[in-house]
Design a protein around this ligand. Structure first.
Ligand code: BES
Ligand code: ZN
Ligand code: ZN
Length: 476
């Protein structure tokens, strides 16, 4: 999508963002007879006037005192959705009410996304947004810089949505590994290593291999090592990459099982984050790791009661093969901290249904062994829009995952009590003393209906957060 800066609205579809109480003033600017019924409340959107070749749409920001950049992104998202009916390839947005060019660009690019790879060509042509014209009172060079940065990040979020929306028959573990390799060859300073099944066997990644046991698709652990010329800190991002989660022998119910193609979202977010951070050439080393496999039932699949030894030597009793995310992350986390010794590690995983019950769809669950590091992730969440909410961890849940026959078991308290927390308590065994944040994105990785600036499907959660976190870390 191209962006240009203009002084005065041209013909076409024009969005105007405005605060409550400024309706009369804005209506006058656009020579619109003030419509008495439109109040610029947050989330309100209305076609204000159709005047010859101009269609003017108002998008409310609510009260100025309650403003946040998230409100602006949502307002822009509402406008883009509303403008969709005109099938315009170009849109104009007047954002002089708040000159936050970055949020306007981000909101537009994210809301304008659609996944049409498997649709006819004419439908693709009709719906692709090609140009955004912005009216802002900010100086042009600042606007261009802000817009360029926002466009890069939002385009990467959409790239991750593309990966994540791919069906499981296409997006196999090998497909994800290839996507990682592709990013390494097209971006700067990234080395990609693919650990295949044989290598994983040699390394003793038996926990990951136990999940892959039921599938004919070979698993892979992929490392994308972004190492800029200058850096002082290393952060690792570790993603769950289950390309399809049927539950395995502990088979899931059939209803909505198709959604489990999104169980690879953590891996997709890792690929996209390393890509964006490299393109921005941030002076921080980023080790992006993901463990990719299918989780399927078959004669060779793991069974409840099986015991495996993970990369770090811990033994795990598998009591439910549907709690496979923690099994693949166990090896990926242990391998990452042992071999790359990062200053920080963040894992991202569609890990538990319990997290969705607890937090719903706008906050990812955050657990940690280091409150200070957690603070910086929470802050980056607020700034970027990928918001997180802290859940308790400490030592309270340790005894819930004690096993009778092994060091730990992959299932927590009966009836799933505190399911998101016992999952985190399990992961804690694989990070040692490295400052660590675990993000459960089960509720935020995809949406089943249009929400804010997201259309149905993958949201690309994680990219905006990780980019912002790294930008903040290099400043401190
Ligand atoms: N991928 C699922 C978690 C999930 C569920 C994500 C719904 C998004 C929406 C995960 O592998 C899983 O099945 N977890 C189980 C764990 C349980 C068996 C301890 C769950 O949450 O039910
Ligand atoms: Zn599962
Ligand atoms: Zn899963």
């Amino acid at each position: 999508m191209k962006i240009e800066f203009i002084d005065k609205a041209k013909n076409g579809v024009i969005g105007v963002v405005l605060f409550e109480g400024t309706e009369a003033k804005i209506s006058k600017t656009y020579c619109i007879r003030q419509t008495s019924d439109f109040k610029a409340k947050a989330n309100a959107c209305q076609v204000a006037a159709i005047d010859g070749d101009k269609t003017i749409i108002f998008a409310g920001l609510g009260k100025e005192a309650e403003y946040s950049n998230e409100i602006l992104k949502k307002a822009v998202g509402k406008f883009v959705a509303c403008a969709g009916q005109y099938k315009a390839k170009e849109l104009t947005i007047d954002c002089t009410a708040v000159d936050d060019v970055a949020s306007v660009v981000e909101g537009t690019v994210l809301a304008g996304y659609s996944f049409l790879k498997y649709k006819p060509t004419d439908e693709k042509e009709k719906t692709t947004l090609e140009k955004l014209s912005l009216i802002t009172s900010k100086p042009k060079n600042t606007s261009e810089k802000e817009a360029g940065h926002a466009l890069l990040v939002a385009n990467t979020v959409n790239y991750v949505r593309d990966l994540s929306n791919e069906p499981a028959n296409v997006a196999t573990p090998t497909f994800l590994a290839k996507a990682g390799q592709q990013v390494a060859t097209t971006s700067k300073n990234i080395a990609c290593t693919v650990l295949d099944k044989k290598k994983l066997e040699e390394l003793g990644c038996n926990s990951l291999l136990s999940v892959a046991a039921g599938s004919t698709q070979p698993p892979a652990m992929v490392i994308l090592d972004y190492k800029p010329a200058k850096y002082s800190k290393t952060i690792a991002f570790v993603g769950k990459g289950i390309t399809f989660d049927s539950g395995g022998i502990s088979l899931k119910p059939g209803k909505d099982m198709d959604q489990m193609k999104f169980d690879k979202n953590g891996a997709c977010a890792v690929i996209g984050s390393v890509k964006a951070i490299s393109e921005l050439q941030l002076p921080i080393r980023v080790v992006g790791v993901f463990a990719a496999t299918e989780n399927l039932p078959s004669g060779s699949a793991s069974k409840p009661g099986d015991v495996v030894k993970a990369y770090n030597g811990k033994t795990i009793e598998i009591l439910n093969t549907d709690a496979e995310g923690r099994l693949v992350l166990a090896d990926a986390l242990a391998y990452t901290v042992a071999n790359y010794k990062p200053d920080y590690v963040v894992d991202i995983a569609t890990l538990t249904g319990a997290c969705v019950v607890a937090l719903g769809n706008s906050f990812s669950g955050l657990t940690t062994n280091n409150d200070k590091f957690a603070e910086s992730v929470l802050e980056a969440g607020i700034q970027s829009g990928d918001r997180c909410w802290k859940l308790p961890l400490g030592t309270d849940f340790d005894d819930k995952i004690k096993s009778d026959v092994a060091d730990i078991k992959n299932l927590g308290a009966p009836e799933g009590a505190g399911g998101a927390l016992t999952a985190a308590a399990f992961l804690k065994h694989f990070v040692g003393n490295t400052p660590w944040v675990h993000l459960d994105v089960a509720g935020t990785a995809w949406t089943t209906s249009q929400r804010d600036y997201f259309v149905k499907g993958a949201t690309g959660v994680g990219v905006r957060l990780f980019v912002k976190l790294c930008e903040n870390l290099v400043k401190t």
